[in-house]
Design a protein around this ligand. Structure first.
Ligand code: SAM
Length: 239
């Protein structure tokens, strides 16, 4: 999979790509991430990327010419999905990460200041994505959120020890609690069942804990899944 990121601050993005799963996915050629400086697509002497808004008001707008030039240079065949990160977009979630991971080419546009010229959105942007109902100063952190969430669900990106299957949201449930050694720490004991070595009982316990957590913290998620009769009985008994 190839992801191109257009930004005026490559230095915000580059270090994050050099660690952990993202670094490994790139080293294994599962993922290619190219970070492009928008200034490289300007034609004027000052490499201007922003200008004052028509109609007045505070804040600058990213100009259309460099953005059009960058996007057209990166996907001449128009096959990529062109994603603008914006608080006005569709809220990002795990289903989006999984759907985007099936694409072969994404172009992510990071806004700054008041945002980008509307004509880029109307003509070239295919998707508008928000990472939450708050306003950040730029699209770089949102772009990294997408790259990380997408990168870790690409086939073979995770090692055995980082399975994504049991993570929160992958089955529309939150993950169960986890423990590691020591078996007792400051008087707090690991649940006996996890020390029992009984695989079936352990997976049943983990599933019940996921159900309980989801019911307590995110009951809205339970509406998306078909619960078994055992699940329903468990939730009733633990209300
Ligand atoms: N004037 C814009 C608005 O109110 O919709 C906000 C501009 S914001 C200060 C600058 C840039 O940060 C945006 O163009 C966008 O790329 C990015 N950004 C800020 N918050 C975001 C969020 N919650 N999700 C995705 N991108 C965001």
């Amino acid at each position: 999979m190839r992801i191109d990121i257009i930004t005026i601050f490559p230095e915000v993005i580059l270090p994050v790509l050099q660690a952990g799963i993202l670094k490994r996915a790139q080293a294994r050629d599962i993922l290619t991430v190219n970070v492009h400086n928008l200034r490289d697509f300007t034609t004027d002497r000052h490499q201007s990327v922003d200008d004052y808004p028509y109609g007045g008001g505070a804040g600058m707008i990213l100009k259309p010419e460099p953005l059009f030039a960058a996007i057209r240079a990166l996907h001449p065949a128009s096959t990529a999905r062109v994603v603008y990160l914006t608080p006005q977009g569709t809220p990002f979630n795990q289903s989006f990460a999984e759907a985007f991971s099936l694409e072969s080419h994404l172009i992510l546009i990071c806004g700054r200041y008041k945002g980008i010229d509307e004509r880029v959105r109307t003509k070239l942007v295919t998707d508008e994505i928000s990472i939450g109902d708050y306003v950040l100063s730029g699209g770089e952190i949102p772009a990294l959120v997408l790259v990380d969430a997408i990168g870790r669900v690409l086939p073979h990106a995770l090692g055995n020890y980082e399975s994504a299957q049991e993570d929160s949201f992958s089955q529309d449930l939150l993950d169960c609690p986890h423990y590691t050694r020591p078996a007792e720490f400051e008087g707090m004991k690991v649940p006996d069942i996890l020390l029992s070595g009984h695989h079936k009982k352990i997976t049943d316990w983990q599933h019940e804990q996921s159900l309980r957590r989801t019911a307590e913290r995110r009951p809205d998620l339970l509406k998306n899944i078909e619960l078994s009769t055992e699940d329903i009985a468990y939730l009733k008994n633990n209300e």
